[in-house]
Design a binder for this molecule. Structure first.
Ligand SMILES: Cc1ncc(COP(=O)(O)O)c(C=O)c1O
Length: 262
């Protein structure tokens, strides 16, 4: 017996502070019963900001079904909060200064007074600015006013898509040849399975160069929620390999296949 833990969906501070204080009370009760109970874990849920406040609020105000393939509708609340006023470590600081319901002091004092250690399990916040996901364009379908790029992967590797949401950072187009035509080329991104709903990106992204078969699409900052937990060999597609890039203590970065794929 070491203590108690929880993980809450969402990113709100007050419910986390309230529940943390309740677990501190549980530690005190457990100690009366002769148990050690010296720590609590509050799980994950520290938000991160992918963009600034103006860009985020501007996007939310402007977005409409015309911006997405098949006229799909996303409501404001469907999205991850891509901007948070207090993100990462600042969110933790704000949590510690939040006063839990029924307490006259902030969470930091509630913990300190009880001699309880706070543990965290940050997921997305720990991996902020890490990782990228690369797809190869297999085909380009021209639609009315935009195109669909079909790629050699599935939306199962971008977790926002499984939650009926959309991973909003623009993928970077890396053209195969330097002579790609410049202009504005809106395109959504379709995956390699038979499901019409299997879309790595519903949004029509205004690419600045004409996307072509063989080009790469690089989604940035995907380490936190890019994973193959939902992938399976069912479609006869290889589970995506993972590449580790190591640039610590080296003059030049080195890469290698992740150990699971060697
Ligand atoms: C038990 C637990 N801890 C931590 C996390 C990480 O959450 P986050 O990425 O929001 O920090 C999760 C995510 O689902 C979880 O289930």
């Amino acid at each position: 017996m070491e203590g108690f833990s929880f993980h809450l969906s969402g990113y709100a501070l007050q419910p986390r502070a309230d529940l943390a204080a309740r677990l501190v009370d549980r530690c005190l009760t457990a100690r009366v019963q002769g148990l050690e109970a010296s720590r609590i874990s509050i799980g994950g849920g520290l938000p991160i900001s992918y963009t600034d406040a103006d860009s985020w609020h501007g996007f939310l105000a402007a977005q409409n079904s015309g911006h997405y393939h098949a006229g799909r509708t996303f409501h404001t609340g469907d999205f991850y909060p891509y901007y948070s006023p207090a993100a990462g470590a600042d969110a933790l600081a704000a949590l510690l200064t939040t006063r839990p319901e029924g307490h006259g002091a902030p969470l930091s004092s509630v913990l300190g007074d009880a001699g309880v250690t706070l543990l965290l399990e940050p997921g997305r916040a720990l991996l902020h600015q890490a990782g990228a996901t690369v797809f190869r364009i297999q085909g380009v379908k021209e639609r009315d006013g935009y195109r669909i790029l079909t790629v050699d992967g599935t939306s199962l590797s971008l977790s926002e898509q499984w939650f009926n949401s959309e991973y909003l950072p623009d993928p970077v187009l890396v053209p195969r040849d330097r002579d790609a035509e410049e202009g504005t080329f809106p395109a959504s991104v379709g995956a390699a399975t038979c499901l019409e709903s299997d879309m790595p990106t519903w949004r029509k992204i205004p690419f600045r160069r004409r996307p072509r078969t063989g080009d790469l699409l690089v989604y940035p900052n995907t380490a936190g929620y890019q994973m193959d937990s939902n992938e399976s060999p069912f479609h006869d597609l290889a589970i995506p390999p993972k590449i580790v890039v190591d640039h610590t203590d080296r003059p030049r970065p080195r890469w290698r296949m992740d150990r699971h794929f060697t």
